[in-house]
Design a binder for this molecule. Structure first.
Ligand code: UDP
Ligand code: MN
Length: 336
């Protein structure tokens, strides 16, 4: 009896051991295998497929909008005229900012030569360094405005013309540089007077490149108006849309015309009169160079504004001055 009991117990024990072992083996086999938990993964799968759909839709949208199209380069053949831009500039807080904006516009214009003329008795290190690293073709000049012709602190900006001597210095360099060069009088080129604070569309430069004698176009935000412009009828300038003394010989802003290099070379004496009454500076140069009838209207018969007579606010330095008094002013070695 006892032996049979022993045998039964042994069988139970062996069976128990076998079942446990099989359970263990099964558990071990399940480890590392993918869990078939479809219900768990459903939301994750749905999110992935929704995001895929979204991505595809955005890709389609991007393809339709073609933002990857390379920017249209205003391509110019190497044989086309060089644009000589004469810019007067003077030392003030915003000078480097203005010049940076200007240079980065000019970098997009093929065959442009920048003639930067400082209103200063010497070339300044700021402008020299700036030009050297600008990546532009340039000529660096300087000439100071005589004291009696210079605006003084507090003078209204219209009291005296600004930049006249500097533009004349640019013209002098252009004429001298070309003197003695073969075919100087037939050289292709265009001269444009670009103040350092205006805003220029790249399209403007391609409009002016074909100038034969003097080309003209509208200027935005000038003369207390939305724009000033020559009025064109049957392809000719017949009068000027301006709010002030339209009877002036050329009621144009400095930014509103360009002259061919040929014409500048052929008229050695044409220059800006620094003593010209207000509003007559442009006329003092253009008179004798061209007649109204000869003006070449650009920018779709002077219906498009491609240059703006913007002006930059003078930064306030109240805090800087207060800190300087305490010996805590900004580091003067940092060029701004
Ligand atoms: N300018 C200059 N010296 C001065 C004042 C101005 O060389 O004392 C330059 C200035 O940098 C700009 C141009 O002359 O390129 C016209 O000056 P501004 O922009 O002040 O004239 P506005 O916009 O009032 O016509
Ligand atoms: Mn200006």
């Amino acid at each position: 009896m006892a032996t049979r009991m022993k045998l039964k117990l042994k069988t139970v024990f062996v069976l128990y051991f076998m079942v446990s072992l099989m359970g263990l083996i099964y558990a071990l086999m399940q480890l590392g295998q993918r869990c078939d938990c479809a219900e768990h993964d459903m939301p994750k799968d749905r999110t992935i497929s929704r995001l895929r759909g979204e991505l595809h839709r955005l890709q389609e949208q991007m393809r339709k909008a073609e933002p990857t199209k390379p920017p249209q380069k205003l391509a110019v053949k190497p044989s086309q005229p060089t644009i000589y831009v004469i810019t007067p500039t003077y030392t003030r807080f915003v000078q480097k900012a203005e010049l940076t904006r200007l240079a980065q516009t000019f970098l997009h214009v093929p065959q442009l030569h920048w003639i930067l003329v400082e209103d200063s008795p010497h070339k300044t290190p700021l402008v020299s360094g700036f030009l050297a690293s600008s990546g532009l073709a340039y000529t660096h000049l300087h000439t100071p405005t005589p004291r009696d012709r210079k605006l003084q602190e507090g003078d209204p900006s219209w009291l005296k013309p600004r930049g006249a001597e500097q533009r004349n210095e640019g013209l002098r360099w252009l004429r001298e540089d070309r003197r003695g060069q073969p075919g100087a009088d037939t050289q292709l080129g265009v001269v444009y007077f670009a103040d350092d604070d205006n805003t220029y569309s790249l399209k403007l430069f391609e409009e002016m490149r074909g100038t034969q004698r003097v080309s003209v176009w509208p200027v935005g935000l000038v003369g207390g108006m939305r724009y000033e412009r020559p009025v064109v009828e049957a392809g000719k300038v017949v009068r000027f849309h301006t709010g002030w003394r339209p009877s002036r010989p050329f009621p144009l802003d400095m930014a509103g015309f360009a002259v061919s290099l040929k014409l500048v070379i052929a008229n050695q004496d044409a220059c800006f009169d620094g003593d010209a009454p207000m509003g007559f500076l442009e006329s003092s140069f253009l008179q004798g160079l061209v007649t109204m009838d000869e003006l070449e209207p650009k920018a779709e018969n002077c219906t498009k504004v491609l240059v703006w007579h913007t002006r930059t606010e003078k930064p306030k330095m109240k805090r800087e001055e207060a800190l300087q008094k305490q010996g805590l002013g900004s580091d003067t070695a940092v060029e701004v």
